[in-house]
Write a protein that binds this ligand. Sequence first.
Ligand code: DCP
Ligand code: MG
Length: 589
Amino acid sequence: MGETSGGDRPWQSYHTAYTNAKAGMEGVDKEKVQRIIYEMSKGSKYFENEKRKEAFIKQKIESLCAQRAKLTEKDISHFQMIVNKRILELDGSRDLSKIWLHTDMDAFYAAVETLENPLLKGKPLAVGGMSMICTASYEARKYGVRAAMPGFIARKLCPELIFVPTNFGKYTYYSEKTRNVFSKYDPDYIATSLDEAYLEITEICKQRSISSEEVAAELRNTIYQETGLTCSVGVAPNRMLAKVCSDINKPNGQFILPNDRDAVMTFISSLPIRKVGGIGKVTEQILREVLGISTCTEILQKGALLHALFSHCSTVDLAETLSNDMQKEGLLGRNLTLKLKTASFEVRTRAISLQKYVNSKEDILIYASKLLKAELPVRLRLLGLRLSHFHDDNHNPLGPTQKTLTSFLHISESIPSIINSVHLNSSDVQIMGGGTSSSTNESHGFQCELNDILESNQLFVSNEGIVTSSEIQAEYSNKECQSKCKGKEDMTNIVNFSDRKRAASSRDSSRPFWIDDYICSVCGIEIPTNFIEERQEHLDYHLAQMLQKEECRSLTFSSPLEKSSTKKQKSSSGKQAKYIPIDAFFKKT
Ligand code: DCP
Ligand code: MG
């Protein structure tokens, strides 16, 4: 961030998502864009929020570097053995027989608007408003304008930018048309958003004796005939690679990666990690600064260190973190809940009511292990521990009563988590036996996903206390999986946007999160799970709005007496609070 980096170009270290290249932004004057964004947001709450995030990442990097420094040669060779074994297993199970196609519409919302109003053709166009834009035409991208950027910054970058408001009915209509085409190639296609889908085309290539390249070209052409819109396509032996490939020749292009091991290895050898779905700017920065990793080959080369620093997460770790959190808050709990999500996305919860109130690592571990044993063997994606039914062992002036939700709300900012959960890597971990996990015991080592850990820093308040975003997402992603298992998304979920938005805003009282893992709980906008960055930005945007509202409210409660007034008074005061437009949030204070 500018403040810390100093120098005459402080914006150079200001890594907002706006400056990250998207398709069509290759030739952008990155430094100019960075400078304008820096200058326009410096001193604003947004800027402060970015600074806080940056400080958190810096701390994380320092802690990882310290962990790395403690590793002995013996540790590293131990982890190397584990990694080698895993690579061998993966190599043995490698399946190059399937052909996957990923399709992604070009500048989707902007293209739909242009189709309906040809006067917009060739013009720099943004869909959205002054507070936030959803996408930009390729003409606008040349100026550094992109999705999830406040419109007033976009206008500064491109003064002749035309703004068109969003119209989800239109996008859904065209999306359905594309889906009709997909179903002709793969009736079980997997739609991940209005403009993206995965199709398995192995059968159709065989049946019609045509190459995947021909299928890709034909599909693009059919979509154009049916909708008047262009899309880009990637073909590869698996979905992850197909998605990377669809971005290579955007817009209106295709890229085919043959089903051949050498071709795949050559392709990924120089592939920047950032191109891999799930690796966003935070993970990219951490891997670069802690391990010097920037390409996929380097991930393989530094596998032992990666495993050492990011893989362990056992009930030992979870129990310890939970115990620390409880002790920090002076809390004891009597109900211990273990929640897990299996490799097949099934969410299971087991709880135990204890004879005594506990908060020590040892106690938590004894009962957590019992709960986990009852589930074995199991392949896991997520594991969480929760202590509830609190007893406050502090000398609480209110007496030794259970903590109220309101008191949590007041201190929530300082509580890291009372539920500790961790998402496990999609490669899954199989737990075969019972007993206490050891951090160096391979069969019990859980792989944590870096992004999830960082994201789980956000806290939400439920009627059971405080839960992390990962916990909520785990619940909803179970539903998502069920709909995916049916072959495709439930169309009613997509079509009835306004109902969803209503449902979403009814939950507006807590922090924003993702309903069904892709619908924003505040505004109802859909952002698929693989848009890690955009989702983070989007939540940041709502958090920013909430901050503003909180600020307005706190201005209204200027006297301490008023602060301790009743709930009713608070809500009426809340109404009086003047709403400040989001633009103001970005303005210098
Ligand atoms: N979208 C959004 N907010 C974001 C990102 C995307 O509302 N932060 C919406 C608008 C996009 C649509 O989703 O038009 C599809 O997203 P893409 O990332 O596929 O972007 P585009 O289709 O606009 O451009 P392209 O795929 O050509 O890069
Ligand atoms: Mg697109």
